[in-house]
Unconditional design. Structure first.
Length: 176
């Protein structure tokens, strides 16, 4: 995959990206909202091995601004004709600039138009109100609130929100 809109690019992550992914995934500040306040503790070699398993139904993606990596996205097929997605803008200097909404809209449009998915699902930590605002602005609807449903690495109970977006609602809301 290679999607571009002006200076923004979404592309397949490759083994050459493993080092930057490793840096981000081991950074506690980047990974805290995903439930890993200590980082993942992974290695570049392990990430290279994981990237080698990516296929049409499960793909890790790199996001770039002006050819510089600033974060990551992913998608994977779920039950039926649904895809689960995720996004992290890992470069803190590029957060809160509206890029997440644009990157998500680009990926979602691709998944609906080119991959023929009918529904996109995702979840987020209840504390991540910035992400909730972005998801809802795109058209995602809350389908479940999971109170104290899991523990992070340090054993702290966490709550999450499940969202979904169907094809018709997305295209009715966005002119993509």
């Amino acid at each position: 995959m290679h999607l571009a809109r002006g200076k923004l690019v979404i592309r397949n992550a490759t083994s050459e990206d493993a080092e930057v992914l490793c840096k981000w995934w081991n950074d506690s500040r980047v990974m805290e909202h995903a439930g890993f306040p200590l980082g993942l503790g992974t290695t570049t070699q392990k990430i290279i091995s994981e990237l080698a398993t990516d296929d049409r139904d499960h793909r890790r993606l790199l996001i770039e601004i002006d050819s510089m990596p600033v974060g990551e996205m992913s998608y994977r097929r779920k039950d039926g004709n649904a895809a689960e997605i995720g996004i992290k803008i890992c470069d803190f200097n590029e957060q809160n600039k509206g890029y997440g909404t644009i990157f998500l809209s680009m990926l979602i449009a691709y998944l609906f138009k080119e991959m023929d998915y009918e529904k996109i699902v995702l979840d987020t930590n209840m504390k991540n109100t910035r992400a909730q605002h972005v998801y809802e602005s795109i058209g995602f609807k809350k389908v479940a609130v999971n109170t104290n449903s899991w523990k992070n690495q340090t054993g702290e109970l966490q709550s999450s929100i499940d969202y979904e977006l169907n094809r018709d609602n997305f295209f009715a809301k966005k002119a993509v």
